[in-house]
Unconditional design. Structure first.
Length: 174
């Protein structure tokens, strides 16, 4: 008799079953890790927006104040008050919300025209419970805050008074 080489159907099914069990354990952890990374990136991006706002205000003076849109912080040729080249083209998009790392970003001001003496930045997940499960905001005091009881993604930007309200948003560790 000749010896046959190879695997039997039972052996292949056992290997496939083991791979599926490992995948069932690993994939939820991978997705959870990606979501937490997106949330950390959102908080870091709001800190970056605050730093960019400080530079913008310093460069263009009290007559202008802060930028009231992300596009004003974004790239342009030349770099000027309408395109300050302080954030990348993804975050400094032409139409808000700007999508970056699974989050949507907004920038608002309570003033209707220049000078803009305040601003509020908002980060909300693009896909709730997939790309993130937390809403964030920050305003001109530089503190990043997270929503106390997040229930879903936000449909619009959080205003400065809304972000400053301690019943709605609390500071996260810097």
């Amino acid at each position: 008799m000749r010896k046959t080489r190879g695997f039997s159907l039972i052996e292949l099914l056992i290997v496939v079953a083991i791979i599926l069990v490992i995948a069932a354990i690993a994939i939820p952890n991978l997705l959870r890790s990606r979501m937490q990374a997106n949330q950390s990136a959102a908080a870091a991006t709001l800190r970056n927006i605050h730093n960019s706002q400080a530079v913008y205000s310093t460069n263009f003076g009290a007559a202008v104040g802060f930028a009231n849109t992300l596009q004003k912080l974004g790239p342009g040729t030349p770099c000027d008050q309408t395109h300050a080249c302080l954030v990348d083209n993804v975050l400094g998009c032409a139409a808000e919300p700007c999508l970056k790392s699974g989050y949507q970003y907004y920038l608002t001001s309570t003033a209707g025209s220049e000078p803009f003496f305040d601003y509020a930045g908002t980060a909300t997940p693009f896909s709730w419970a997939n790309s993130g499960a937390q809403n964030y905001c920050a305003f001109d005091d530089g503190t990043v805050r997270q929503q106390v009881n997040p229930a879903g993604k936000l449909a619009a930007a959080v205003t400065r008074p809304g972000c400053a309200d301690p019943t709605g948003y609390v500071a996260i560790g810097n």
